[in-house]
Ligand binder design. Structure first.
Ligand code: PHE
Length: 510
């Protein structure tokens, strides 16, 4: 709310230049152009006048009237001496009896000017082109002949422009458009005329009496040390005065959220891992004990690649182990999925469908106990796009291998993470994933319904056995974009990736 200020408050807050300008305005009778106020107020530059004027205007003491006018002047004076190309052509054609071979015109107007001339002759209907005996001739029309002894409209306008620039409103816009189209012929000059006038409030302020005193606007160490501050006149701050909004450069909100997520995990002692987007199905699915007839393997759900369509898996020992685990459980005590496991299916090239592939890859590379690793990265699924689904999105993934790890610990890590992100209202439900047992699903109430945020669980022995791990491995994967939606109350996930500069500008960093 802006509290109206009294005249005396306004007067106190006036700067030296503002006072000077008010007095200058009074001395010239209440209003003038900035240029005239330079001398009246002993200013040096017009920008000083305008600076003071806009402050006074924001305080209601003056008005600034601005009128922008466009004018045009001749840029290429050689045209004025020699005439437009079509004028030269008119004369040349007339000098040989009103009909001229095109080739002869090229000689008369060298350097390509003949082509420009022919273009305008046709456009202005000054000459026709006729073909005779294999050559082309220019034949003057009656209109063309008529102009031999009189000025064309554009020539007349150019002649006036030479005397003085012509303002936009005094010129035929079609002619101006044509002249502007001719390179380098005319220039446009934009003149802004300003007039500054005292308002009634300004006059009232002057009537109160305005004293022109030097003032201190900045407190310097010198001012303090010298003790001069004791006698200095300080200018009053006006904390209510209008100031333009300022939008400094800043990181994209999603980048900031990603940094927050990473910080929470690194603060809890996790290290970060990320792998490739492209994998053989073996790592994204088979290693995670996803059966080969699982619907997630479907063409409908997964982006399989045509190049590379096949990514060979070369670790024969691992292949054998995984094959056995799928077919009969291997040494894990599980019965496996039964049936025949296909190496060909496992070697299909695909875009990763979850960052759980990062988890299993990281465990394979370094299966040590204890471990705490997270990843925040992009995944791909054949989803149809709607308000809560994108075919490309980001997962917050992680795992813990620890002697003491258990399902309760998993739940508390999840709760802690979301609480640190600012959400304590989450719901945990039993769920099913082929790679975890027990498994859970995490949901949050948003926009009138429960929205799924991700899944988690304790890895099954079938998943960790190939690495000789017999300790509990807690694993999870959460949606990053959905977290962003919650955070900013965005109801359409697509809005996150629309680069609306205005929204980005106004997005608050605090
Ligand atoms: N990969 C699962 C998903 O994409 C999430 C998950 C990760 C579940 C780890 C259990 C363990 O939805």
């Amino acid at each position: 709310m802006v509290i109206p200020m009294s005249i005396s408050e306004i007067l106190e807050g006036l700067s030296y230049n503002e006072r000077r300008l008010l007095l200058a305005l009074q001395s010239v009778g209440g209003g003038a152009a900035p240029a005239d106020l330079i001398s009246a107020g002993n200013f040096e530059l017009e920008v000083e006048v305008m600076g003071a004027a806009s402050w006074l205007a924001s305080k209601g003491l003056v008005t600034i009237d601005e009128q922008v006018t466009k004018s045009f002047a001749v840029a290429d004076m050689s045209v004025m001496e020699n005439g437009l190309p079509e004028r030269k052509a008119l004369k040349a054609i007339d000098s040989v009896g009103g009909k001229m071979d095109m080739a002869a015109l090229a000689d008369a107007l060298p350097g390509g000017e003949d082509k420009i001339a022919v273009g305008w002759l046709k456009r202005k209907k000054l000459a026709d082109i006729v073909a005779e005996d294999g050559s082309k001739f220019l034949v003057l029309t009656d209109l063309g002949k008529g102009y031999l002894s009189k000025e064309m409209d554009d020539e007349a306008l150019l002649a006036r422009m030479v005397v003085a620039p012509i303002s936009e409103k005094d010129a035929d816009p079609r002619i101006i458009k044509d002249l502007k189209g001719r390179q380098g012929m005319i220039v446009e000059d934009i003149v802004t005329k300003r007039h500054i006038d005292l308002t009634d409030l300004g006059k009232e302020a002057l009537a109160e009496g305005i004293e022109l005193k030097e003032e201190t606007v900045q407190v310097t160490d010198n001012l303090i040390q010298s003790g001069r501050w004791k006698d200095a006149e300080f200018r009053k701050y006006d904390v209510q005065t209008f100031a333009p909004a300022f939008y400094p450069a800043k990181k994209h909100p999603l980048s900031r959220l990603a940094a927050d997520v990473k910080r929470i995990f690194t603060d809890m002692g996790f290290t970060e891992y990320d792998g490739e987007y492209v994998h053989p199905a073996f790592w994204d699915l088979d290693m995670l004990f996803v059966p080969q007839d699982h619907p997630a393997r479907d063409l409908q759900d997964t982006f399989y690649l045509s190049n590379p369509a096949k990514i060979p898996v070369t670790d024969e020992k691992l292949l054998e182990t995984v094959k056995n685990i799928h077919e009969n459980g291997g040494d894990t005590g599980s019965t496996g999925w039964g049936g025949k496991w296909s190496r060909e299916m496992a070697e299909q090239g695909m875009l990763r469908t979850h960052t759980t592939v990062n988890t299993i890859e990281s465990i394979a590379m370094d299966p040590k106990v204890p471990s705490k690793v997270f990843s925040l990265s992009r995944i791909f699924r054949k989803e149809s796009i709607d308000a809560t689904h994108l075919p490309e999105f980001t997962q917050i993934e992680g795992y813990i291998i620890d002697d003491n790890a258990n399902f309760d610990m998993l739940i508390s890590i999840i709760r802690e993470f979301y609480a640190k992100m600012g959400f304590d209202q989450i719901r945990i439900r039993p769920a099913y994933f082929p790679y975890t047992e027990p498994s859970l699903e995490l949901e949050v109430f948003f926009n009138g319904k429960w929205m799924e945020l991700g899944g988690a669980g304790v890895f099954r022995p079938e998943v960790v056995a190939p690495f000789g791990i017999d300790k509990p491995v807690l694993a999870w994967g959460f949606g990053f974009e959905r977290l962003a939606m919650l955070k900013w109350g965005i109801t359409d996930i697509r809005d996150l990736y629309i680069s609306d500069v205005d929204l980005l500008k106004k997005n608050r960093i605090l």
